[in-house]
Design a protein around this ligand. Structure first.
Ligand code: ADP
Ligand code: ADP
Ligand code: ZN
Length: 216
Protein backbone atom coordinates (compact mmCIF):
# COMPACT_ATOMS: atom_id res chain seq x y z
CA UNK A 1 0.00 0.00 0.00
CA UNK A 2 1.13 3.58 -0.53
CA UNK A 3 1.97 5.72 2.47
CA UNK A 4 -0.77 5.65 5.11
CA UNK A 5 -3.28 8.47 5.56
CA UNK A 6 -3.92 8.77 9.27
CA UNK A 7 -6.19 10.95 11.37
CA UNK A 8 -5.58 11.37 15.11
CA UNK A 9 -8.49 12.63 17.22
CA UNK A 10 -8.82 13.46 20.89
CA UNK A 11 -9.25 16.34 23.32
CA UNK A 12 -6.59 19.01 23.86
CA UNK A 13 -3.76 17.40 25.84
CA UNK A 14 -4.62 13.81 24.86
CA UNK A 15 -1.16 13.33 23.34
CA UNK A 16 -1.96 13.91 19.66
CA UNK A 17 1.17 15.98 19.01
CA UNK A 18 3.42 13.62 20.97
CA UNK A 19 2.14 10.51 19.16
CA UNK A 20 1.96 12.19 15.75
CA UNK A 21 5.71 12.81 15.96
CA UNK A 22 6.20 9.06 16.49
CA UNK A 23 3.86 8.23 13.60
CA UNK A 24 5.59 10.63 11.22
CA UNK A 25 8.96 9.09 12.02
CA UNK A 26 7.87 5.45 11.99
CA UNK A 27 5.92 5.59 8.73
CA UNK A 28 7.87 8.33 6.94
CA UNK A 29 4.78 10.50 6.58
CA UNK A 30 4.08 14.17 7.08
CA UNK A 31 2.71 15.58 10.35
CA UNK A 32 0.01 18.06 9.36
CA UNK A 33 -1.14 20.06 12.37
CA UNK A 34 -3.48 23.02 12.20
CA UNK A 35 -2.40 24.24 15.66
CA UNK A 36 1.25 24.63 14.61
CA UNK A 37 0.28 26.10 11.24
CA UNK A 38 -1.93 28.69 12.93
CA UNK A 39 0.67 29.51 15.60
CA UNK A 40 3.16 30.24 12.81
CA UNK A 41 0.59 32.60 11.23
CA UNK A 42 -1.11 34.12 14.29
CA UNK A 43 -1.11 37.62 12.86
CA UNK A 44 -2.07 36.90 9.27
CA UNK A 45 -4.82 39.11 7.93
CA UNK A 46 -8.04 37.10 7.67
CA UNK A 47 -10.40 40.10 7.48
CA UNK A 48 -11.30 39.29 3.87
CA UNK A 49 -12.96 36.11 5.09
CA UNK A 50 -15.62 38.12 6.90
CA UNK A 51 -14.53 37.00 10.37
CA UNK A 52 -15.23 38.56 13.77
CA UNK A 53 -11.51 39.27 14.41
CA UNK A 54 -8.91 40.24 11.82
CA UNK A 55 -6.26 37.66 12.80
CA UNK A 56 -6.23 34.13 14.32
CA UNK A 57 -4.54 35.42 17.51
CA UNK A 58 -7.63 36.54 19.46
CA UNK A 59 -9.44 33.25 18.84
CA UNK A 60 -6.42 31.18 19.83
CA UNK A 61 -5.57 33.00 23.03
CA UNK A 62 -9.13 32.55 24.27
CA UNK A 63 -9.13 28.91 23.20
CA UNK A 64 -11.95 29.42 20.70
CA UNK A 65 -12.01 27.91 17.22
CA UNK A 66 -10.49 29.89 14.37
CA UNK A 67 -13.11 30.27 11.59
CA UNK A 68 -13.53 27.23 9.33
CA UNK A 69 -12.63 29.01 6.08
CA UNK A 70 -9.14 29.81 7.41
CA UNK A 71 -8.43 26.31 8.69
CA UNK A 72 -9.95 24.49 5.71
CA UNK A 73 -7.65 26.39 3.35
CA UNK A 74 -4.57 25.46 5.41
CA UNK A 75 -5.45 21.77 5.41
CA UNK A 76 -6.40 21.65 1.75
CA UNK A 77 -3.05 23.14 0.77
CA UNK A 78 -1.04 20.84 3.08
CA UNK A 79 -2.85 17.68 1.96
CA UNK A 80 -2.34 18.47 -1.69
CA UNK A 81 1.43 18.31 -1.12
CA UNK A 82 1.59 15.24 1.15
CA UNK A 83 2.19 11.63 0.18
CA UNK A 84 0.96 9.98 3.36
CA UNK A 85 0.22 12.03 6.46
CA UNK A 86 -0.97 12.13 10.03
CA UNK A 87 -3.54 14.88 10.42
CA UNK A 88 -3.66 16.37 13.94
CA UNK A 89 -6.01 19.07 15.26
CA UNK A 90 -8.50 18.92 12.38
CA UNK A 91 -11.42 18.40 11.91
CA UNK A 92 -12.70 20.10 15.06
CA UNK A 93 -16.37 20.38 14.10
CA UNK A 94 -18.78 18.59 11.76
CA UNK A 95 -18.48 21.25 9.05
CA UNK A 96 -14.71 20.68 8.91
CA UNK A 97 -15.27 16.90 8.81
CA UNK A 98 -17.57 17.37 5.83
CA UNK A 99 -14.95 19.54 4.14
CA UNK A 100 -12.22 16.94 4.79
CA UNK A 101 -14.27 14.18 3.19
CA UNK A 102 -14.05 16.13 -0.08
CA UNK A 103 -10.26 16.44 0.17
CA UNK A 104 -9.00 12.90 0.88
CA UNK A 105 -9.82 9.37 2.02
CA UNK A 106 -8.47 8.10 5.36
CA UNK A 107 -6.97 4.69 6.15
CA UNK A 108 -6.90 4.77 9.95
CA UNK A 109 -8.66 7.03 12.47
CA UNK A 110 -7.18 6.93 15.96
CA UNK A 111 -9.28 8.32 18.80
CA UNK A 112 -7.25 8.98 21.98
CA UNK A 113 -9.24 8.87 25.22
CA UNK A 114 -8.08 10.65 28.41
CA UNK A 115 -9.93 11.82 31.51
CA UNK A 116 -10.65 15.57 31.82
CA UNK A 117 -8.68 16.31 35.03
CA UNK A 118 -5.64 14.51 33.62
CA UNK A 119 -5.93 16.74 30.54
CA UNK A 120 -5.81 19.90 32.67
CA UNK A 121 -2.63 18.65 34.40
CA UNK A 122 -1.03 17.75 31.08
CA UNK A 123 -1.83 21.06 29.39
CA UNK A 124 -0.86 23.39 32.23
CA UNK A 125 2.49 21.54 32.57
CA UNK A 126 3.21 21.38 28.84
CA UNK A 127 6.35 23.05 27.49
CA UNK A 128 7.33 23.24 23.83
CA UNK A 129 10.61 23.94 22.11
CA UNK A 130 10.61 27.41 20.61
CA UNK A 131 12.88 26.21 17.79
CA UNK A 132 11.79 22.71 16.75
CA UNK A 133 8.36 22.35 18.38
CA UNK A 134 9.29 19.23 20.42
CA UNK A 135 6.89 18.52 23.27
CA UNK A 136 7.74 18.21 26.98
CA UNK A 137 5.97 18.16 30.33
CA UNK A 138 7.50 19.58 33.51
CA UNK A 139 6.57 16.47 35.46
CA UNK A 140 5.55 13.67 33.07
CA UNK A 141 8.13 14.16 30.32
CA UNK A 142 10.86 16.54 31.53
CA UNK A 143 13.91 17.47 29.45
CA UNK A 144 17.37 16.44 30.67
CA UNK A 145 18.22 20.06 31.49
CA UNK A 146 15.38 22.27 32.73
CA UNK A 147 14.18 24.71 30.07
CA UNK A 148 16.38 23.28 27.30
CA UNK A 149 15.30 21.08 24.37
CA UNK A 150 16.96 17.62 24.34
CA UNK A 151 16.73 17.46 20.54
CA UNK A 152 18.08 20.84 19.45
CA UNK A 153 19.17 22.84 22.52
CA UNK A 154 16.36 25.39 21.91
CA UNK A 155 14.52 27.21 24.68
CA UNK A 156 11.41 25.59 26.14
CA UNK A 157 8.42 27.90 26.47
CA UNK A 158 4.84 27.69 27.67
CA UNK A 159 2.13 28.32 25.07
CA UNK A 160 0.03 31.43 25.77
CA UNK A 161 -3.14 29.35 25.74
CA UNK A 162 -1.85 26.72 28.20
CA UNK A 163 -3.17 28.64 31.22
CA UNK A 164 -5.96 27.11 33.28
CA UNK A 165 -8.72 29.47 32.04
CA UNK A 166 -8.02 28.92 28.35
CA UNK A 167 -7.48 25.19 28.94
CA UNK A 168 -10.92 24.79 30.54
CA UNK A 169 -12.52 26.72 27.69
CA UNK A 170 -10.75 24.51 25.12
CA UNK A 171 -12.05 21.41 26.87
CA UNK A 172 -15.60 22.84 26.72
CA UNK A 173 -15.16 23.75 23.05
CA UNK A 174 -14.00 20.17 22.47
CA UNK A 175 -17.10 18.72 24.19
CA UNK A 176 -19.49 20.94 22.23
CA UNK A 177 -17.86 20.91 18.79
CA UNK A 178 -15.41 18.04 18.43
CA UNK A 179 -16.98 15.18 20.38
CA UNK A 180 -19.65 14.91 17.62
CA UNK A 181 -16.82 14.55 15.09
CA UNK A 182 -15.62 11.43 16.90
CA UNK A 183 -19.15 9.97 16.85
CA UNK A 184 -19.29 10.77 13.13
CA UNK A 185 -16.19 8.64 12.41
CA UNK A 186 -17.14 5.67 14.60
CA UNK A 187 -18.63 3.74 11.69
CA UNK A 188 -15.54 4.16 9.49
CA UNK A 189 -13.72 0.83 8.83
CA UNK A 190 -10.42 2.23 10.06
CA UNK A 191 -11.75 3.69 13.33
CA UNK A 192 -10.05 2.60 16.55
CA UNK A 193 -10.15 3.96 20.11
CA UNK A 194 -6.88 4.09 22.06
CA UNK A 195 -6.55 4.35 25.84
CA UNK A 196 -4.45 7.50 26.11
CA UNK A 197 -3.82 7.31 29.87
CA UNK A 198 -0.75 5.07 29.98
CA UNK A 199 2.81 6.31 29.69
CA UNK A 200 3.75 7.83 26.33
CA UNK A 201 5.55 4.56 25.44
CA UNK A 202 2.53 2.44 26.35
CA UNK A 203 0.23 4.63 24.28
CA UNK A 204 2.67 4.48 21.37
CA UNK A 205 2.75 0.67 21.52
CA UNK A 206 -1.05 0.55 21.29
CA UNK A 207 -1.09 3.03 18.41
CA UNK A 208 1.60 1.36 16.33
CA UNK A 209 -0.10 -2.05 16.79
CA UNK A 210 -3.41 -0.57 15.66
CA UNK A 211 -1.91 1.10 12.60
CA UNK A 212 0.18 -1.95 11.61
CA UNK A 213 -2.91 -4.15 11.78
CA UNK A 214 -4.76 -1.86 9.39
CA UNK A 215 -2.24 -0.72 6.80
CA UNK A 216 -0.26 -3.85 5.96
P1 ADP B 1 -4.27 21.48 21.53
O1 ADP B 1 -2.84 21.04 21.60
O2 ADP B 1 -4.75 22.12 22.77
O3 ADP B 1 -5.19 20.41 21.03
P2 ADP B 1 -3.89 22.92 19.03
O4 ADP B 1 -2.45 23.26 18.99
O5 ADP B 1 -4.37 21.83 18.18
O6 ADP B 1 -4.34 22.72 20.54
O7 ADP B 1 -4.74 24.23 18.68
C1 ADP B 1 -4.51 25.47 19.31
C2 ADP B 1 -5.59 26.46 18.88
O8 ADP B 1 -5.53 26.66 17.47
C3 ADP B 1 -7.02 26.04 19.17
O9 ADP B 1 -7.42 26.35 20.50
C4 ADP B 1 -7.78 26.87 18.13
O10 ADP B 1 -7.87 28.23 18.53
C5 ADP B 1 -6.85 26.81 16.92
N1 ADP B 1 -7.13 25.65 16.04
C6 ADP B 1 -6.32 24.58 15.81
N2 ADP B 1 -6.90 23.72 14.95
C7 ADP B 1 -8.11 24.26 14.64
C8 ADP B 1 -9.19 23.84 13.81
N3 ADP B 1 -9.17 22.67 13.14
N4 ADP B 1 -10.28 24.65 13.74
C9 ADP B 1 -10.34 25.82 14.39
N5 ADP B 1 -9.36 26.27 15.20
C10 ADP B 1 -8.25 25.50 15.32
P1 ADP C 1 -2.23 17.34 22.19
O1 ADP C 1 -1.43 17.52 20.93
O2 ADP C 1 -3.29 16.28 22.07
O3 ADP C 1 -2.77 18.62 22.72
P2 ADP C 1 0.38 16.82 23.47
O4 ADP C 1 0.98 15.70 22.70
O5 ADP C 1 0.88 18.18 23.24
O6 ADP C 1 -1.24 16.78 23.30
O7 ADP C 1 0.52 16.44 25.02
C1 ADP C 1 0.08 17.35 26.04
C2 ADP C 1 1.07 17.33 27.20
O8 ADP C 1 1.00 16.06 27.86
C3 ADP C 1 2.54 17.52 26.81
O9 ADP C 1 3.16 18.24 27.83
C4 ADP C 1 3.08 16.09 26.72
O10 ADP C 1 4.47 16.04 27.02
C5 ADP C 1 2.26 15.39 27.80
N1 ADP C 1 1.94 13.98 27.45
C6 ADP C 1 1.72 13.44 26.23
N2 ADP C 1 1.44 12.13 26.32
C7 ADP C 1 1.44 11.83 27.65
C8 ADP C 1 1.20 10.62 28.40
N3 ADP C 1 0.89 9.46 27.79
N4 ADP C 1 1.31 10.70 29.75
C9 ADP C 1 1.62 11.87 30.38
N5 ADP C 1 1.85 13.03 29.72
C10 ADP C 1 1.76 13.02 28.37
ZN1 ZN D 1 13.99 21.68 20.00
Amino acid sequence: MSNPRLLILGPPGAGKGTQSANLAEEYGIEHITTGDALRANKDMDISEMDTEYDTPRAYMEAGDLVPDAVVNAIVDEALSQADGFVLDGYPRNLEQAEELSGMTALDVILSLEVDREELVDRLTGRRICDDCGANYHVEFSPPETEGVCDDCGGELIQREDDNEESVRNRLDVFQDNTAPVIDHYEDHDGFVTIDGEGTPDEVWAAISDAVDARVE
